[in-house]
Design a protein around this ligand. Structure first.
Ligand SMILES: [Fe+2]
Length: 271
């Protein structure tokens, strides 16, 4: 964290992997508690943890296991990190569009369902996959739209999805270059066009993917756009969880803003 800026509002992370031993996130309760303590210290005070769940497994005993593990974690977390409000949802991998996804316990809250395409690939008919979610009464919130292979050459999809009401949940790690140059470029492009609805950490805590939501807030605030950082990391995720419309996010050219800010700092240090 830069230390130069501190959020004036609590941050809200609606995509991360804290339930121990059910996906490629936390391995143990102690992992998850340590990360929640770090979230608390970074002013992230509302967290929805979203284990991976394939649509084809929604009705399986595997899901029961995830829910039991979450209840165990929540008991421990409420006692040891009470400053952070922790809830369970899922990151639904749409592998079977025909699956019944109507169970309210799947939702982020507020009528939105966090979804992803399998294998970080654009499927043959991504609009139909997303329609399979909205046809069941949910507002799809698409996880890391900037990460799907080839999306840089097919940016039109992002515009089409947004027009059909799909929410865009951009990974902080993409903004910071942790998911490769294409994801970074598309994330910057989405911010420059006002196409990101919110930021989330997708925190897994391993394999170098341990970036917290606060790092994204810091990056945007440091470029001089604290209001946009608040919208993306606090007000809009809060609105999604409450079932309210997201506020439009003003376009920010993060690359140019950072260069301008660096130039000002260099000029200041030369005086
Ligand atoms: Fe994820």
């Amino acid at each position: 964290m830069s230390g130069d800026f501190v959020p004036s509002v609590p941050l809200v992370d609606l995509h991360c992997h804290l339930v121990p031993g059910v996906d490629d996130g936390a391995r143990s309760t102690e992992d998850a508690i340590r990360w929640l303590e770090a979230f608390r210290d970074a002013r992230i005070e509302r967290v929805v943890t979203t284990p991976h769940l394939s649509a084809s497994h929604i009705s399986s005993s595997w899901r029961d296991r995830i829910e039991r593990r979450f209840e165990d974690l929540k008991r421990e977390a409420d006692e040891r990190v009470p400053e952070v409000s922790l809830a369970l949802s899922f990151e639904i991998r749409i592998d079977e569009p025909e699956t019944d996804m109507s169970d309210e316990r799947l939702a982020l809250g507020g009528g939105a369902l966090l979804v992803e395409f399998p294998q970080l690939m654009l499927p043959a008919y991504p609009d139909l996959m997303l329609a399979s979610v909205s046809n069941q009464g949910w507002r799809p919130a698409l996880a890391h739209p900037e990460r799907y292979t080839g999306i840089g050459r097919s940016y039109d999809w992002i515009e089409r999805w947004r027009e059909s009401g799909v929410l865009m949940v951009v990974n902080v790690g993409s903004l910071l270059g942790e998911h490769g140059p294409e994801a970074e470029r598309v994330a910057y492009q989405m911010l420059a066009r006002g196409h990101a609805d919110c930021l989330a950490s997708d925190h897994h805590g391993r394999d170098g993917r341990s970036t917290m939501l606060r790092a994204g807030w810091d990056r945007i605030a440091a470029a001089g756009h604290e209001g946009v950082a608040d919208l993306l990391a606090s007000a809009n995720p809060e609105a999604i969880l409450a079932g309210e419309p997201c506020e439009p996010v003003p376009p920010v050219d993060l690359a140019s803003s950072l260069v301008r800010r660096l130039r000002r700092m260099v000029r200041g240090s030369e005086r």
